[in-house]
Design a binder for this molecule. Structure first.
Ligand code: ZN
Ligand code: ZN
Ligand code: FE
Length: 737
């Protein structure tokens, strides 16, 4: 090997201790030259004998948070360096560096936090190169302190020494600070202001006395209250206008985790992973948690403290705390005090905040473990933004604007594809502002100007209108095609697959609402092979909130009007008569999500749905004691999946275990289709968040030797749609090229 090389590294190499690692490695091997951050990631100049060994150890000893996506080594002229240095960032060059997600407090910092001899003892914003905020504080690339919200804080002499010492674990840790120089805590309650460690004690006292406290976390504020105090929890629900959607609970430590839940060993390690997501686990029915945290559902979202402030708060009050995003219903999470007071002033009793500004709001990630796989329900803090590396660079930058619910965006430029964190459900002005702000943030960070915008086919989605207003070239991508392509892109699948897209609603190519679709997807398009027998969706979007509307539409496919009225005694017949009169105008849907709603109503599990996916969770809870249920009858004819025999049997015979048998029937139909085609199977769409269904399918596929794929880095729900749109757009550019 030549004795003088330039190495360019792309991936997650900024803000994760990569340069000090390279520095130490070069010293160890007697190599000279330099390392620096640049727009693509990091650049290294090396001279000496042991370059091959350096490259080997670069990979094998990489710091825990770093990730190398691509590495190019090119020989160059020797310059006779006499030492190895870390030099200033090259701010020029293309901005392709991947931004590290925010990372939970590391063990070394946790030790210092509780060490009375350490100068950062009890400092609520302690961090290092292995932990702390990243994405949430960044304003521009490269990731240097001046480009973050920490620019406002001048380092004291002691912090500056650590920051400039390549052997310190805080070398170039951009957000560092201490009691003396860093951002400080403050507690506010009804005109009372407390700062420093007294602020933590004041907040703990407020929580112990049943008050609701807004707490500033990494990517936004949480609303917190005592999770064992039913009155506090119902007060929070009432003030936040949140009816029954489950609330997440943060527990002080692992022993509390075991006390309050029946989490499995794998779930515990996911909860304790460095990303510290919220994980939905089985409730411990005997744990003294407030019943209204997750009413009627047998699962609970739990997580561990992930900032030093959380740790200090739990030292002062060792009770589990409800920790839900500070927002009103579907609005984005609040990121500054003014926003909390303006929109949630009537919800909170007090606030524990700090002076470090949040530039980019980001929610907690939510995950579940099914069949040994960790799946995202919401991809956000700790995991996002996520970046993929392409084998060949794209010819033009593409922006994908996603769907309408669980919105995310994705961008493709150079050799990179990036998926944003969860933005949320669009539809409100605040949520759409947050969407636009996220587009602007990524455009600024990466000097990104799209030439093509990929969007959903739904004409009324805010994102579709945004694309059409842009004046740029646009590409409409069918919703379920995008669902399947997101998994194919994530898993690197290149051939033909059989895609099962089961979700709530997606605009179909024929203008009706799809959502129970089986697609053959190949590199240049898709064919709709099968779909659920469609039915009238009375009230359109209203049907997703009032499941009896879905049930009525479904019944009219199989029964006369009078029979259907008799089967729905809980709804006044004049209501049904009026609807029936408008049947010709009602949209048609083949949605699996709406079939779940209809069944949940007909099985008497719910009359009204207050959050997306509730009917599925209620069916899941009703299946808990019947793992091996027998399938009902169904028909598959000319591409139509028809559950008429099941519906008739349920309504006529009222069999026991009907919820579990319903899920077994879906599983049987899916398996029959998968076996008939012999293709690899892809599963996507929010319905696959249903644990009972997915567990049964995984079991059946494994038993039959069918290869199946689920997404690992994006969610299976509409959060993955933007990535699927990018995948279709990239293919279409190639076709045109
Ligand atoms: Zn640390
Ligand atoms: Zn300091
Ligand atoms: Fe969808």
């Amino acid at each position: 090997m030549t004795k003088s090389v330039t190495i360019s590294v792309s991936g997650i190499v900024q803000g994760v201790g990569f340069r000090p690692f390279v520095y130490a490695l070069a010293h160890d091997l007697g190599l000279y030259g330099w390392v620096r951050n640049d727009g693509a990631g990091a650049g290294i100049r090396l001279e000496g004998e042991a370059i091959a060994l350096f490259l080997e150890r670069l990979h094998s000893e990489l710091p825990p948070l770093a990730r190398i996506d691509a590495l190019h080594v090119s020989p160059c002229e020797a310059q006779g360096f006499t030492r190895f240095e870390i030099v200033a960032s090259d701010a020029q060059g293309s901005k392709h560096a991947a931004i590290s997600p925010d990372i939970a407090l590391c063990a070394a910092c946790a030790r210092e936090l509780s060490d009375a001899q350490d100068r950062r003892y009890g400092y609520g914003l302690i961090n290092c190169t292995d932990c702390g905020p990243r994405y949430s504080i960044i304003r521009a690339l490269p990731y240097d302190r001046a480009n973050t919200t920490m620019a406002a804080f001048a380092m004291c002499a002691a912090c500056a020494r650590e920051y400039t010492d390549p052997t310190s674990r805080r070398y170039h840790a951009q957000p560092i600070g201490c009691h003396e120089c860093g951002p400080q805590l403050r507690y506010t309650e009804a005109g009372l202001h407390v700062s420093g460690s007294d602020a933590i004690h004041a907040a703990a006292q407020a929580l112990l006395s049943g008050k609701i406290v807004a707490l500033k976390g990494l990517g936004g504020f949480h609303l917190m209250c005592d999770a064992t105090n039913e009155e506090a929890v119902t007060t929070l629900r009432r003030r936040k206008r949140r009816k029954s959607k489950p609330l997440a609970v943060m527990v002080p430590d692992l022993s509390a985790l075991h006390r309050y839940s029946c989490a499995t060993a794998d779930e515990v390690s996911l909860i304790a992973s460095k990303e510290r997501p919220i994980v939905t686990v089985r409730k411990n029915p005997n744990a003294p948690l407030a019943p209204s945290i997750a009413p009627n559902i047998d699962r609970l979202g739990l997580f561990l403290p992930y900032t030093p402030l959380h740790v200090l708060l739990f030292e002062a009050c060792r009770i589990p705390l409800v920790a839900t995003s500070a927002n009103l219903s579907d609005a984005p999470i609040e990121r500054d005090e003014a926003g909390v007071y303006a929109r949630l002033g009537g919800v909170i009793d007090a606030m524990l905040s700090h002076e470090r500004a949040i530039e980019n709001a980001i929610d907690d990630s939510v995950m579940q473990l099914i069949g040994g796989r960790a799946l995202f329900i919401r991809m956000a803090r700790g995991a996002a933004p996520y970046s993929y590396t392409l084998q060949t660079p794209v010819t033009q930058p593409v922006l994908a604007v996603g769907a309408q619910q669980k919105s995310t965006i994705a961008l493709a430029f150079g050799s990179r594809v990036i998926v944003s964190p969860h933005i949320g459900d669009l539809g409100s002005l605040e949520a759409f502002d947050f969407f636009e702000r996220t587009v602007a943030t990524f455009a600024r960070l990466y000097d990104f100007t799209p030439r093509l915008i990929a969007h959903d086919l739904h004409p009324h989605y805010d994102t579709t209108r945004y694309a059409q207003r842009s004046g740029l070239a646009t590409l409409g991508v069918q919703h379920h095609h995008a669902h399947i392509r997101s998994v194919m892109f994530d898993q690197g699948l290149k051939g033909e697959v059989l895609g099962f897209a089961f979700d709530g609603t997606g605009y179909g190519e024929d203008g009706s609402i799809w959502g129970g679709e089986v697609l053959r997807v190949h590199p240049y398009g898709f064919e709709r092979l099968y779909h659920l027998r469609d039915f009238a969706l009375f009230g359109g979007d209203l049907a997703a909130k009032e499941p009896w509307r879905c049930a009525f539409g479904l019944l009219l496919e199989y029964y006369t009007f009078d029979e259907a009225v008799a089967l729905m005694p809980r709804i006044p017949s004049e209501h049904l008569r009026a609807l029936h009169g408008s049947a010709a105008k009602a949209p048609r849907c083949s949605s699996m999500g709406r079939l779940f709603d209809a069944l949940a109503y007909l099985l008497g599990l719910c009359d009204e749905v207050s959050f997306d996916g509730e009917s599925g969770l209620l069916i899941e809870a009703a299946c808990a004691d019947a793992p091996h249920a027998e399938a009902f009858g169904y028909r598959i004819q000319e591409g139509v999946i028809d559950f008429e025999p099941m519906i008739r049997e349920i309504l006529t015979c009222k069999p026991p275990n009907a919820p579990a048998r319903f899920v077994a029937t879906l599983c049987a139909a899916t398996l029959q289709i998968a076996k008939a085609h012999g293709l690899e199977v892809v599963l996507s769409g929010g319905v696959f968040q249903n644990r009972t269904l997915l567990e049964a399918l995984i079991h059946a596929f494994d038993a039959e030797g069918i290869t199946y794929h689920l997404p690992l880095h994006v969610s299976v729900n509409d959060g993955g749609v933007a990535l699927g749109q990018i995948a279709v757009a990239l293919q279409s550019i190639d076709v045109l090229r």
